[in-house]
Design a binder for this molecule. Structure first.
Ligand SMILES: NC(=O)c1ccc[n+]([C@@H]2O[C@H](COP(=O)([O-])OP(=O)(O)OC[C@H]3O[C@@H](n4cnc5c(N)ncnc54)[C@H](O)[C@@H]3O)[C@@H](O)[C@H]2O)c1
Length: 255
């Protein structure tokens, strides 16, 4: 049994997670609730999100606040953040987790599709940070965690708009870290390798893919959402108070 850390600095801290209804985001929501943080999340998937709130409440942990939102709609994201601020207080931790790795061929991409993929995979990360930064600054600081991906680093193909957006997360992280550092707002990115969410298992995990994973990862096991969520806890907490402008890879050592 894995015995995991407790982070006293996260207790009662207001944390906002995008795409928290399923996959890695749901595990982040669960882990932050288990730390007794005050957690709110947005997602486009109402039924998965409402089921998650119920499961967490049944466990006896403080239930998270769910606000439905399509993150491609920036005014809707801004009002979700304002609503959370009114209901829970100033946001001190932002986890920009939501994305969508829909496959697409070069020939199929139109200007509209390209913009839509950037809206799903990158644009909301900037506007969420913009919306929470003044409250974080007023509260003495905060932690912003952006989600990248190793897919563009390992030369994966089949979705050029997604890979381009994920590559840009590294630049966004460093740009925001520089500008927000004087307000004691830290900005890091977590860069997952292949993580076995329900969606990944259903859509992409094949016997051949599993063989490749076991060959290329130093660690000979499938990685799970909680492997990533536990790293998020560290970057969210005051235990990482001196870390900013970094991208931290969680991929089991994929080479
Ligand atoms: N799972 C992996 O192997 C893997 C690998 C590399 C990077 N990542 C990154 O980790 C993060 C989480 O990935 P995941 O695998 O859990 O993804 P997922 O697709 O399983 O879950 C994403 C969540 O975001 C929500 N979402 C999608 N579009 C939305 C929108 N327009 N508005 C609001 N919510 C929306 C979905 O409903 C879902 O709950 C992403 O940033 C992803 O790029 C994942």
């Amino acid at each position: 049994m894995i015995r995991t850390a407790s982070y006293p600095s996260l207790e009662a801290r207001v944390c906002f997670i995008t795409g928290g209804g399923s996959g890695i985001g749901a595990s982040i929501v669960e882990h932050l609730c288990a730390q007794r943080a005050r957690v709110a999340f947005v997602d486009i998937d109402r039924s998965a999100s409402e089921a998650l709130v119920k499961t967490i409440a049944e466990r006896g942990h403080p239930a998270p606040t769910f606000v439905p939102c399509d993150l491609r709609d920036i005014p809707a994201l801004q009002s979700a953040i304002a609503e959370v601020r009114t209901r829970l207080g100033s946001i001190r931790v932002l986890v920009n987790n939501a994305a969508h790795d829909e496959r697409h061929t070069i020939e199929r991409v139109t200007p509209e599709y390209w913009d839509d993929r950037f809206a799903v995979n990158l644009r909301h990360q900037f506007f969420a940070a913009q919306a929470v930064a003044p409250g974080m600054a007023a509260g003495g600081g905060g932690s912003i965690i952006n989600f990248g991906s190793t897919s563009w680093l390992v030369g994966q193909g089949g979705m050029p708009a997604y890979l381009s957006a994920k590559a840009a997360v590294a630049g966004l992280t460093r740009a925001l870290a520089r500008d927000l550092g004087p307000m004691n707002i830290r900005v890091n990115s977590i860069v997952p390798g292949w993580i076995m969410t329900e969606r990944q298992i259903k859509l992409w995990l094949t016997p051949e893919g599993e063989q490749e994973l076991l060959r290329r990862q130093c660690l000979k096991r499938k990685l799970l959402p909680e492997d990533v969520a536990r790293v998020v806890l560290f970057f969210a907490s005051d235990d990482s108070a001196a870390c900013t402008s970094q991208s931290y890879i969680v991929d089991g050592g994929w080479v």
